[in-house]
Design a protein around this ligand. Structure first.
Ligand code: OAD
Length: 243
């Protein structure tokens, strides 16, 4: 565990409006692959052939097999100390908003009550014909591709490259970002927009921005503090220092 610096500790003690922005690194210690870097989903795979509407139109089974495999992985993963520490922070701070790019559902399973999902959910299916959405928690779907009652094909309820983010989630996230005094950016490479722009927007609006990541990212030079280590070790340190 790493203790927060005096400045961060003072800020945490003042109960600031806080945003925690997370990416795939927050689930790494649950055994789920991140996207970039060694062993990541995009190593040896072209995201354009798996995570775009064009790829789904051309090869729905290829895309579905990828997402169904990710559902299976996520279903057998358990929330890790980073997810739990975020729940603990939520209890200690009166105004904390979790904004995630993750689709795995681990924040929710850890107990985060309210979450803004920027990239949708692996557990939501949406009809490509009638647009109906439904939750489906089965780890693997049979048959693939799954069908809707209307006869249309269902697609994963995630946001693909080239698609708009859900308007309501974006609006809520931007509002929280504008109004926060502290932002914790955890486990994201800060390469994918619009999420990658949020820490800079928060900082421009006067927030103290902290990055938790064992690697440096394009955001690192712009943050107030960078904690160099796994989220499952750093975040519990923040919580215990507030006790
Ligand atoms: P990335 O795979 O791009 O980045 C994961 C980040 O987590 C990296 O910066 C790692 O250094 C960091 N990391 C790894 N282990 C960690 C740990 N234990 N604790 C803290 N950090 C750790 O994942 P995202 O930034 O989430 O979109 O990627 C953003 C979007 O790009 C995803 O939502 C996905 C992807 O393509 C779509 O599929 C549309």
């Amino acid at each position: 565990m790493q203790e927060p610096t005096g400045e961060l500790l003072r800020l945490l003690s003042s109960d600031p409006p806080t945003v925690v922005l997370t990416g795939a690194g927050v689930s790494a210690e649950s055994g789920l692959a991140t996207f970039r870097g060694p062993g990541g989903h995009w190593e040896g795979r072209d995201p354009m052939s798996l995570a775009t509407p064009e790829a789904f139109d051309a090869e729905p089974m290829t895309v579905w097999r990828f997402y169904d495999w990710r559902r299976t992985q996520a279903a057998s993963a358990k929330p890790n100390p980073a997810h739990t520490a975020i729940v603990d922070l939520e209890k200690k701070l009166s105004n904390l908003t979790v904004v995630t790019q993750n689709v795995d559902g681990l924040h929710e399973r850890a107990g985060t009550a309210e979450i803004i999902r920027l990239h949708g959910s692996l557990w939501t299916l949406r009809c490509t014909v009638c647009g109906a959405e439904r939750e489906d928690l089965r780890p693997a779907l049979h048959p693939l591709p799954p069908g809707c009652g209307c006869g249309g094909m269902l697609r994963p309820g995630v946001v693909w490259f080239g698609e708009q983010l859900p308007r309501e989630s974006m609006g809520k996230a931007q509002n929280a970002v504008r109004n926060c005094r502290l932002m914790l950016v955890v486990g994201t490479s800060s390469l994918v927009y619009p999420a990658a722009a949020m820490p800079q927007a928060a900082r421009a609006a006067g927030a103290f921005v902290v990055e938790v990541n064992p690697e440096r990212t394009p955001l690192t030079p712009m943050v107030d503090e960078h904690y160099d280590g796994p989220a499952g070790e750093i975040l519990p340190g923040f919580v215990s220092s507030m006790a």
